[in-house]
Design a protein around this ligand. Structure first.
Ligand code: ADP
Ligand code: 3PG
Ligand code: MG
Length: 402
């Protein structure tokens, strides 16, 4: 695992190349949590990209094109996923004008004029079909926007998308940004000689993209604690009727395999024994704690219950390294946030080395007021799980080596 991490830390960073007069494209991860009115609830991911952006400004680049995704749009433009909602906050944090550009053609014609320092923010790259498909034509189109490609989107570096991966085949100079380097250094320190027992805590709602990683991290961990919507799929695999809860039925079989793999590797799995359930997520009238076998007809499991918290906290207190990704419930709604916030406090108060990763999980830890007590907060959720798995992240794979 460490050899792969060292390989990633051997890539060139923006410090190793001459940026003067160049058009740089920075792939950032501005996939920030927002409320229903598009207010950003945690801007850590934007702040984390500032050192790279400021370094480019200080080194007199011709132009900076910022490229990011927001959420997981499936059918082109959708207002709720527009990066327009990020522009103002970015301007405030940078203390510079940022020009919002809603399509690639306009960006191409605008970003070649170097007379003034210009910073562009392109609309959500996932509104283009070619992005998730890593379509070669689309990669070329993106590559034409720049002379230097800087990948600083650590949170998305586990994706083989056009702007995180394929583009690098068509740009002469491709390097890592400061955030990518910082994250790799932090994980190298944490994973070099981890003190066992190691507990991995997973939750959240991105079940399909994370559940498949769990079998391969098994040799690296001692305990697997599962909450949030992720645990619903596991509980269903164990035969419980999860009623209206968020379950990914296509992954129930995989959940069974993960449980088998855990038992064959001697990893102890902790699943909820009780949940907070509700008749409605948007307009709850009846919210109650029930054992997992007694969820009422049509109810949704939206948080872990008190008995589960006790069970999880005992497992955590006896661990020396804790890696956490994925909230324990719908923490954005205060009635369903207790499990996540209390778990944040339990991990924060433990004596273990604690890493938390993921846009929403980091937001929850901040909201719980426990941020300072964690050993390391990563901007990557799925990316940090893939690192733990020991893989070379695609976002590093094609970058220039020192
Ligand atoms: P991260 O951003 O930290 O990687 P994810 O994106 O995988 O985490 O998941 C975060 C989302 O999971 C939150 O929006 C939260 O509301 C949701 N979630 C957690 N538990 C549940 C649940 N039981 N039912 C529905 N959604 C859930
Ligand atoms: C995240 O929030 O985990 C990253 O921004 C990656 O997003 P994705 O899971 O939609 O690729
Ligand atoms: Mg998320």
């Amino acid at each position: 695992m460490i050899s792969n991490i060292l390989m990633m830390s051997g890539v060139k960073s923006l410090k190793d190349v001459d940026l003067t007069g160049k058009r740089v494209l920075i792939r950032v991860d501005f996939n920030v949590p927002m409320d229903g009115h598009f207010n950003i609830s945690d801007d850590s991911r934007i702040r984390a990209a500032l050192p790279t952006i400021n370094y480019c400004i200080d080194h007199k680049v011709c132009s900076i094109s910022l490229v990011s995704h927001l959420g997981q749009p499936k059918k082109g433009y959708e207002e709720r996923y527009s990066l327009r909602h990020v522009q103002k906050r970015l301007e405030r944090l940078l203390d510079k004008k940022v020009e919002f550009i809603d399509n690639i053609e306009t960006l191409k014609s605008e970003n070649s004029h170097c007379s003034v320092e210009r910073i562009f923010l392109l609309e959500n790259i996932r509104f283009y079909e070619g992005e998730k498909k890593n379509d070669p034509q689309f990669c070329k189109q993106l590559a034409e926007l720049c002379d230097v490609y800087i990948n600083d989107a650590f949170g998305t570096s586990h994706r083989k998308d056009a702007s995180t991966y394929g583009i690098a085949d068509y740009v002469p100079i491709k390097v890592a940004g400061f955030l990518m380097m910082k994250e790799i250094e932090a994980f190298t320190k944490a994973l070099e000689k981890p003190i066992r027992p190691i507990a991995l805590v997973v939750g959240g709602s991105k079940i399909s993209s994370k559940i498949t990683l769990l079998s391969s991290v098994m040799p690296k961990i001692d305990k697997l604690i599962i909450g949030g919507a992720m645990s619903n799929t596991f509980l269903k695999a164990l035969g419980y009727d999860m009623q209206g809860s968020l379950v990914e039925d296509d992954f129930v079989e995989i959940a069974k395999e993960v449980l088998k793999e855990a038992s064959s590797k001697g990893v102890k799995v902790y699943l909820p024994v009780d949940v907070v359930s509700t008749d409605s997520i948007e307009a709850p009238v009846d919210v109650r704690v029930t054992p997992v076998q007694d969820i009422l007809e049509g109810f949704h499991a939206v948080d872990i219950g008190p008995a589960t918290l006790k069970l999880f906290s005992e497992a955590i207190e006896l661990s020396n390294t804790i890696i956490w990704n994925g909230p324990m419930g719908i923490y954005e709604i205060s009635q369903f946030s207790k499990g996540t916030f209390k778990l944040a406090s339990i991990i924060a108060e433990s004596y273990a080395f604690s890493i938390v990763g993921g846009g929403d999980t980091a937001d929850a830890v901040e909201k719980a007021g426990e941020k300072e007590k964690f050993s390391f907060i990563s901007t990557g959720g799925g990316a940090s799980l893939e690192l733990l798995e020991g893989k070379i992240l695609p976002g590093f794979e094609k970058l220039d080596r020192k």
